[in-house]
Design a protein around this ligand. Structure first.
Ligand SMILES: [Zn+2]
Length: 400
């Protein structure tokens, strides 16, 4: 399953139409939530008897099927496709189950979201250069795309064209924090494959450099924070003082510059995603088997000193991308327990005592090889990965 995103030409009436539909979606969502609350309040709960005779109350949560049945026929009045109402109900029930609590209301500040199923839309491309060869992001079309939904047609920039055998499964219109609209399409296609080279690589993920390869190459992180953080902080300070001023004078007008802060945050997020996608695609095109050291991203995000940098570089996002792209290309990505990979010499396999974090380069006392700390670790990860291939044990494997 692959998801592609296209930017919708949303200036003027198209944007207004989408916003109106998003409001209807919110209405649906809030209706489902209200129904759910009422069901709970009326204590229309199921009581089941457990074997020892005691009773257990299970809250009566509605299923997606029940919810969409309650909203049957409403789609036309709301200006939505009936499949959207169904998709909203499904999403509500799924998320409710996942988070095990009532979900938020979708109010005015919720970003626009209109889910649909494949049969609710028709998509066509015009004047687009034909998609050829591996997906490298280089063959970009400049054509026009059209999507018709609920008897309305929206144009989008066809930055690329869907492969011929693409079977669209689901999709959505959604809005980013700056109010721009996008069309998301999730589809299946077998022709969408990279031409992965043979060969394997070990990767040592890190904080200072995003990834060090066993080949000796290093991928530096995007370091967006350094570029944008000063600006963001300054804007947020201005907002804070304005908010205080407003609180004193009891006037509650719109706060200044919220849009500008949102714009900056969106810019950082976009730049990060772009960088990571390019880096992971390049990696998958070059290597068929990829072994990544299993640095616990969650732990790293929590620690105070590393959090800012690690979050910035999106290590977790990078790993996820490499994994699914490798699988899609018919390759393999594998997480390798990187314990001792730093302190073991990758040439003679001697385990040395712990090497401090500040030591970037060291010499093996047995074979006298001079090692770069991270490259050595990446080489060990590659070796461990190859061993894991021949002795598949408890290691996590993705792909085949
Ligand atoms: Zn050595």
């Amino acid at each position: 399953m692959t998801t592609w995103r296209f930017r919708i030409k949303d200036s003027g009436s198209a944007g207004r139409r989408l916003s109106a539909m998003a409001k209807s979606v919110n209405f649906c969502w809030n209706f489902f939530k209200e129904t759910q609350i009422t069901a709970l309040r009326r204590r229309s709960a199921k009581i089941i008897k457990i074997q020892d005779g005691s009773e257990k109350v299970i809250a009566n949560f509605l299923s997606a099927f029940e919810l969409s049945n309650l909203a049957a026929g409403a789609a036309k009045d709301l200006g939505l496709h009936s499949q959207t109402v169904q998709a909203v109900a499904e999403e509500y029930a799924r998320r409710r189950k996942q988070f095990k609590k009532l979900l938020r209301w979708r109010g005015q500040r919720a970003l626009g979201w209109i889910p649909f199923k494949a049969s609710a839309v028709k998509i066509s491309f015009a004047d687009v250069r034909v998609w050829t060869g591996p997906l490298s992001g280089k063959q970009r079309g400049r054509g026009r795309g059209c999507v018709s939904y609920a008897k309305k047609t929206f144009e989008f920039w066809a930055s690329r064209i869907l492969p011929d055998d693409a079977v669209i499964k689901t999709g959505s219109f959604c809005q980013d924090s700056q109010g721009r609209w996008y069309l998301n399409l999730t589809f299946e296609s077998s022709s969408l494959q990279y031409q992965s080279q043979e060969g394997a690589v070990g990767i040592d993920p890190g904080v200072k450099t995003l990834a060090t390869l066993s080949s000796g190459a290093k991928i530096d992180g995007p370091r967006l924070r350094e570029r944008y953080l000063v600006k963001i902080r300054r804007l947020e300070r201005t907002r804070l003082s304005a908010r205080r001023r407003q609180a004193r004078s009891r006037k509650f007008g719109p706060l200044p510059k919220r849009k500008r802060v949102a714009k900056l945050h969106a810019k950082v997020a976009n730049a990060r995603a772009d960088f990571l996608h390019k880096a992971s695609t390049r990696l998958v095109e070059e290597y068929r088997r990829i072994y990544i050291g299993n640095v616990p991203c969650k732990l790293m995000n929590r620690s105070r000193t590393m959090a800012a940098v690690s979050l910035d570089q999106g290590l977790g996002m990078f790993k996820t991308q490499v994994t699914y792209k490798a699988m899609r290309a018919g390759g393999q990505a594998m997480e390798i327990n990187e314990r001792d990979s730093t302190r073991t010499c990758s040439v003679c396999l001697t385990a040395h005592p712990r090497i401090g974090l500040q030591v970037r380069e060291w010499q093996c006392s047995v074979c006298a090889t001079v090692h770069d700390r991270d490259v050595n670790a990446a080489r060990n990860i590659l070796r461990l990965g190859r061993e894991a291939l021949t002795h598949p044990g408890d290691r996590k494997v993705a792909g085949a």
